[in-house]
Design a protein around this ligand. Sequence first.
Ligand SMILES: Nc1ncnc2c1ncn2[C@@H]1O[C@H](COP(=O)(O)OP(=O)(O)OP(=O)(O)O)[C@@H](O)[C@H]1O
Ligand SMILES: [Mg+2]
Length: 257
Amino acid sequence: MGYTIAVAGKGGTGKTTLTGLLIDYLVKNGEKPILAVDADANANLNEVLGEEVEVTIGEIREEVSKRENTGNNFPGGMTKAQYLKYRLNAGMIEGRGYDLLVMGRSEGQGCYCYVNGMLREQIDSLADSYKYLVIDNEAGMEHLSRKTTKYIDTLLLVSDASRRGIQAVARINQLVKELELNVANIYLIVNRVPNGQLKEDTIEEIEKQGLNLLGVVPMDQQIYEYDAQGMPTVTLPEDSISKRALNNIFSKIQFKK
Ligand SMILES: Nc1ncnc2c1ncn2[C@@H]1O[C@H](COP(=O)(O)OP(=O)(O)OP(=O)(O)O)[C@@H](O)[C@H]1O
Ligand SMILES: [Mg+2]
């Protein structure tokens, strides 16, 4: 299994933006190939990266279940497992230095346990051939508590500078301990910080919560403008304040098992 990085935090704090910029950072530093997984039902990592989604894992799962339930055979005499693998490979979005898998939502009400298990196995085995596995999670702790990933090398907690934001990531930090998840390192990144300067009180709260602050990313007007114009965040200039801050932050992480 490649080096696994998961990003988590409260809604709207910048998880997806930072995940995209992390992928961009790793690729630019020759740290590839990367398997990027968008594990948010409301997928949008592709937009930050500037990629089009053709099919989601949820849709593949739906299609496979439907074929099975209607007695529709899998094409070319393939078994169900073979067909899933084939669809998974075809559904992979190929970027520069990375591949992107979009989980999407699960439609319908059927029982997907079997297909889910099969999918998980195949994604795990796929992940083996990448140097990095980078997962963008949805807000909350669903994915962590479901143990989607058996082992996380680095968990990046993303918060805004608000007290409640810090307390929310502190709860995730706590949950990781309670669930005894296999997470080697947990770091905090505070994003969208006005003037890039944390208040004394916020720093105290971070310390009180026992969070390991890796760095802060300033509020960046350019991110907002790119977003408004529908331009991929990763195409921000290298000297933009957010990219400079993140390059510095990411360089502090030892991406070693
Ligand atoms: N440093 C920043 N400066 C300015 N705007 C930012 C910054 N970081 C993120 N944003 C903007 O904040 C919004 C939310 O960011 P993003 O979608 O990355 O958050 P998220 O945590 O993934 O949200 P969700 O919980 O919905 O998945 C986006 O419009 C993004 O462009
Ligand atoms: Mg997101």
